[in-house]
Design a binder for this molecule. Structure first.
Ligand SMILES: [Mg+2]
Length: 477
């Protein structure tokens, strides 16, 4: 749009074939008036005048946010608070707070958004950006940003990927998260289901927790509750799930490494070598053990090994990446481009893995992808939400050149795709067709979504308690 406007400022005597401002103004019926005079320097109104013959449902220059409400879905497979932003022109924007995060992280932003034009996405993102942080704390900012793109696209009658700069692809490759099972047969069935559905890239979880059943496979694990990576009951020396990897001092013995090799070998036999196979959730151990496991896995040509140590240990990541030949990857909890830049600048990982619902939304994630692309680093994307967030990811993936594949955590959830309207299936043979409908390209389907409404929760109830702004937010003096 900027380029288009700057062309209008070209001299009347533009070279042949180039822009001719006088002719444009005559055609536009403005006579001797300049557009700037007519609109008193307001670019939104000027743009609206210029594009008035483009079909759309609203007057973007006058679009204003009038309300924000939420409905919390659960079992999606995790909790997924859905955001609805209303406007003065009847347009509704949909967004989603990241899986497992509080809906209040979005609601607290309402007072900053009321009365604002949702089409100024980047400007509004800067306004709410201070209220996000790494992991789930970014869920509100990112969910709101998704809803702003939905509104901007609907207001201008274009898909979000078009507003991000256009598309590199019209289908987006999904990769299938494959849950563990109590039995090998159960896990094999999960793998087979994904292959049969046509997925072309798989991810499995395997880690040191599977070594706890027999003696002699782990060192210093007995004092930890290593079967619970996500918190749970603390052991006498601390909470394993909340203890950062280097501080557990757990090691894997040669016997333990052999067992992991045997397991991954059996999975490779199931999957074959035509399909890329990545791995995640190894457990909490230090950089030396990470390297030992990484080296042991080299014969299986894994697509990547993920989150071997926390993302913020940049030097440790570089150590691992330099020591093993399997590609390394992290990033699903990182908020903002600046933190990805540190990893990329340090050559600390082979690939990045933002979760758009934590990394900053569609535009920030595209910027992250573009920075990685400039440094020859590919971008896979983490995702574990509903089809609303799926579509936000799909638009970003379509508009970012170095994109590889987007995660799917909802494969085993019945009715998952019914949460939204539009043509089904959304995911076919492991790919999503990039929508051409305006905004995110889907709307919430009340009937399908209500089936997931979290028990004892309300359906987009009024949220007046969040309307008044009562803080001075400037970050500098
Ligand atoms: Mg992960």
């Amino acid at each position: 749009m900027k380029n288009f406007l700057s062309r209008l400022a070209a001299p009347a005597s533009a070279p042949e074939g180039g822009p001719n401002r006088r002719e444009f103004i005559r055609n536009a019926g403005l006579g001797g008036l300049s557009l700037g005079m007519l609109f008193d320097g307001k670019p939104e109104q000027e743009l609206e005048y210029i594009t008035q013959k483009v079909p759309r449902d609203s007057k973007p220059a006058d679009l204003k946010i009038t309300d924000m409400r939420v409905a919390i879905l659960s079992g999606v497979p995790f909790s997924s608070p859905i955001i609805r932003i209303d406007t003065n022109q009847g347009l509704v924007g949909w967004g989603e707070v990241r899986d497992g995060a509080s809906a209040n992280y979005a609601l607290m932003l309402k007072s900053r958004l009321m009365g604002k034009n949702p089409c100024n996405v980047e400007q509004l993102f800067k306004l709410i950006k201070p209220f996000g942080n790494h992991g789930r704390a970014a869920g509100g900012v990112c969910g709101v940003e998704m809803a702003l793109w939905d509104l901007a696209g609907k207001a201008y009658n274009v898909p979000a990927w078009q507003l991000l700069g256009g598309q590199y692809r019209d289908t987006v490759r999904m990769y299938a998260d494959t849950p563990e099972s109590d039995t090998y047969e159960g896990f094999a069935a999960n793998i087979k289901k994904r292959k049969d559905l046509g997925y072309t890239l798989l991810k499995m979880d395997f880690g040191i927790d599977m070594l706890a059943d027999k003696p002699g496979q782990l060192v210093n694990a007995g004092l930890w509750n290593i079967n619970n990576q996500y918190g749970g009951k603390p052991s006498p020396i601390g909470n394993y799930g909340l203890t950062k990897h280097p501080f557990t001092r757990i090691q894997v013995t040669t016997k333990g490494l052999d067992r992991l090799v045997e397991h991954v070998g059996k999975v490779r036999d199931l999957v074959g070598y035509d399909i890329p196979l990545s791995a995640d959730h190894f457990g909490h151990f230090d950089v030396n053990t990470a390297i030992q496991i990484g080296k042991a896995m080299e014969p299986f040509r894994l697509a990547w090994m993920e989150d071997l140590v926390p993302w913020f240990y940049t030097d440790q990541w570089r150590q691992i990446t330099e020591a093993i030949d399997t590609p390394t990857l992290t990033g699903e909890d990182i908020y903002r481009k600046e933190e990805f830049m540190k990893l990329i600048d340090a050559h600390a990982v082979d690939m990045i893995h933002p979760d758009l619902a934590s990394s900053g939304g569609l535009l920030e994630t595209k910027k992250i992808g573009d920075y990685a692309e400039d440094h020859g680093v590919p971008m896979a994307m983490h995702f574990a939400g509903s089809p609303i967030s799926l579509m936000a990811n799909v638009h970003c993936a379509a508009a970012t050149e170095n994109f590889i594949a987007l995660e799917h955590h909802g494969i085993d959830v019945p009715g998952w795709e019914d949460i939204v309207t539009g043509a089904k299936p959304l995911v076919q043979n492991g790919f999503v067709k990039v929508p051409t409908a305006p905004g995110l390209g889907v709307n919430l389907n009340e009937e399908g979504a209500r089936r997931f409404l979290k028990k004892e929760n309300t359906w987009f109830a009024p949220t007046d308690v969040w309307t008044a702004k009562d803080s001075w937010d400037r970050e500098w003096s």
